[in-house]
Design a protein around this ligand. Structure first.
Ligand SMILES: [Zn+2]
Ligand SMILES: [Zn+2]
Length: 334
């Protein structure tokens, strides 16, 4: 069983997941195992490998399938039992850890799926987000992808992951607080302001289709980092209509195509940043009370081109060799 521990020095939660002890990094040069016969996400094996949580479509042959992670960081069963341990805090490792199998085909990564197929993947993520938010123990749902061994993927078959936590993780929380502070001072959405500014200067814009803006952000810690953001203010990914999802799928496919064209199919991660679960908190009626106005969901895509080393680990400061204006120039022309 996993355990969550919070320490007062860095003031963040850590997940201790003994079931993942076998997943330490081995040889970073090693290729991901790529035999469909032994792939737990292929249609022939998935029934035996993992518990199914969701199918898309619900009837007939599935095109997208959500299964429980075989090595879960967190478990859906049990009570949190938050406890103070002297200066420290702990909770049981309650949460969800799901794998979204993006297609039946072992050899077709997300970037090679059609816009319609990617829309199905995104609709599945939206459905899981809505469902996991019904669980009052869970406060934030992180939807993310590891593609390629250098990005932390352990399987070659295209998949996205979902981890729901009983707290808002450190980085999304910082972003939510910065957006809220901006709104308190200016009564405007930070991200809407950012879109406005990037569109005026346009040197970091990669693509703009009126619905979604793809750009390299001004102070991006990672080379060729791209954000895809709805141009219309919208705080929550769960609110997207099917039409919105199709346009977003086209923007995502385009961003991955450009990344592959410029960088030769790099390993990459993406993370969807969206509003936290809107549960009322006893005694804290003002928690995220302006979220609908102050936050703006978006997707962050990071190709894994550099490896964080001692300085980054010691300071949290990134050293980025590629200015975002240069990266955007390459990506725009791809
Ligand atoms: Zn497979
Ligand atoms: Zn906005």
């Amino acid at each position: 069983m996993s355990e969550l521990r919070w320490g007062p020095v860095d003031q963040q939660w850590v997940i201790f997941a003994p079931e993942r002890a076998g997943l330490f990094l081995a040889d970073p040069e090693a290729q991901l195992p790529d035999d469909p016969a032994s792939c737990p996400l292929c249609p022939e094996n998935v029934d035996a490998a993992a518990k199914t949580i969701y199918l898309h479509p619900a009837e007939g042959d599935w095109r997208v399938r959500v299964v429980a992670n075989r090595y879960p960081a967190l478990h859906i069963e049990g009570d949190l039992k938050p406890t103070g341990v002297g200066l420290y805090d702990r909770m049981n490792g309650v949460g969800a850890h799901e794998v979204v199998i993006e297609s039946r085909d072992h050899h077709r990564p997300l970037a090679e799926l059609s816009v319609e197929e990617i829309t199905g993947v995104l609709a599945t993520c939206r459905a899981r987000l809505v469902d996991l938010r019904r669980d009052l123990r869970l406060r934030y749902v992180t939807i993310f992808k590891n593609h390629g061994g250098d990005a932390g993927a352990l399987l070659a078959h295209g998949h996205t992951q979902i981890i729901a936590t009983p707290f808002i993780p450190t980085l999304p929380r910082a972003e939510l607080i910065h957006a809220r502070d901006h709104f308190l001072h200016k009564e405007r959405c930070l991200f809407c302001d950012l879109i406005h500014q990037e569109e005026i200067h346009s040197r970091r814009v990669v693509r703009n289709d009126d619905a979604y803006l793809t750009f390299c952000r001004y102070a991006s810690p990672h080379p060729f980092e791209m954000w895809v953001m709805p141009r219309r203010h919208q705080h929550d990914f769960a609110l997207l209509t099917d039409g919105d999802l199709t346009l977003f799928a086209a923007a995502l496919k385009d961003a991955l195509r450009r990344l592959n064209a410029v960088l030769g199919e790099p390993a990459y991660n993406f993370a969807l940043k969206t509003a936290p679960s809107p549960h009322p908190r006893p005694g804290r009626p003002n928690d995220w009370s302006t979220i609908e106005l102050d936050y703006h969901w978006h997707l962050e895509i990071i190709p894994r081109l550099t490896r964080p080393a001692g300085f980054e680990w010691a300071t949290g400061i990134s050293i980025n060799p590629t200015p975002p204006e240069t990266a955007a120039d390459y990506l725009r022309r791809a």
